[in-house]
Design a protein around this ligand. Structure first.
Ligand code: NAP
Length: 306
């Protein structure tokens, strides 16, 4: 394919940043890739992975790039944008891959110059692994990429949004547009709360005095291990997500706690109908997820148990 951008600069060479570098190279969507990470050890490891040209300095990495992607934890994005704002090329598109949009826009938009187009985004793709070695070129294939453009009436801004959408499509993603606040509530339900619950269950099981850690691990296949997979996700990334999406998460958590109390009551009073109806409704959602192509219907999530 003909390249959509001449030079892609990626700041943050973790799971997402390194996957982006690999996917952009494999698809030919960017002619060259420049990368920078705040961690010297990560930069050194990334040099052996053929992700592109690794820079020692963020401003040097973005110089001359027509697409710049912030791929670090969301709490670091405002400061990262401030550090590069003078070095961005006129006409460059600045985007991010942060899991929260409202707080990122608030932190980054003040540093986007008038001649730079800031188009926030979030790939709904990931794994529980982190670091440059964890990335792979097909991570975004068949997954949603949500863009939350700013209210900017300039025709050039609309062109920048359209081109960025084409770029993510070239990496295999399906592109969707959403208002930032809507994004933050939807993701609080589908991603942030499930991670909070997983972290809580796993930490609680470890704390229980009458169950030794060995028993928790030994019998984990009964459901617990699927929570441990989610709870293996990067603690810095998730700390930042909860601190940045506080309002939406607290709203959804309030509703969740109420509904959990209703289930607790049903168990206490032996109300099997309430339990059955809730479980049946939840099971239908699982079928819809599979029909939407968002997971495999294979038993055990397609895990190879041999
Ligand atoms: P990751 O694997 O932990 O990598 C993040 C990298 O960014 C780390 O090497 C970190 O270095 C570096 N970094 C921190 N501050 C920086 C800065 N100012 N400039 C340059 N690099 C910096 O994280 P990830 O999973 O790729 O996540 C990156 C972003 O993608 C996050 O905003 C996250 O919300 C979003 N996201 C993640 C997923 C997922 O499933 N993982 C999915 C969708 C979106 P240190 O070692 O010094 O911290």
């Amino acid at each position: 394919m003909s390249a959509l951008y001449e030079r892609l600069a990626i700041l943050g060479i973790g799971l997402i940043g390194s996957s982006l570098a690999r996917a952009a190279q494999a698809s030919g969507a960017a002619r060259s890739v420049a990368l920078y990470d705040a961690d010297a050890d990560v930069r050194a490891r990334a040099r052996g992975l053929e992700l592109g040209e690794i820079f020692e300095d963020a401003a040097a990495a973005v110089a001359g790039a027509d697409l710049v992607v912030l791929a670090m934890p969301v709490g670091a994005m405002g400061e990262a944008a401030r550090a590069i704002c003078d070095a961005l090329a006129p006409g460059a598109v600045l985007t991010d891959v942060g899991s929260v949009k409202g707080a990122v826009i608030e932190a980054v938009a003040p540093h986007a110059r008038d001649d730079v187009f800031f188009v926030p985004g979030h790939p709904i793709a990931g794994t529980e692994h982190s670091g440059p070695e964890a990335g792979f070129a097909t991570l975004f294939r068949g997954r949603w990429h949500i863009l939350t453009p700013l209210k900017d009436a300039r025709a050039a801004y609309a062109d920048a949004v359209a081109r960025l959408g084409d770029f993510w499509r070239a990496l295999g993603a399906n592109v969707e547009f959403m208002a930032p606040a809507r994004h933050d509530v939807v993701l609080a339900v589908t991603s942030h709360l499930p991670h909070l619950i997983a972290y809580n269950i796993v930490a609680m099981a470890e704390d229980l005095e009458n169950v030794t850690e060995n028993e928790v691990v030994k019998y984990s296949a009964s459901g617990f291990r699927d929570f441990t997979r989610i709870a293996a996700s990067d603690p810095v990334m998730w700390r930042d997500v909860f601190l940045s999406n506080r309002e939406a998460v607290l709203e959804v958590l309030g509703r969740f706690t109420e509904d959990l109390a209703a289930l607790q009551r049903a168990i206490r009073w032996g109300d099997g109908q309430v339990l059955f109806d809730t479980f049946e409704r939840a099971r239908r959602v699982r079928r819809e997820v599979i029909e939407a192509g968002q997971d495999t219907p294979a038993p055990n999530w397609g895990r190879d148990e041999t």
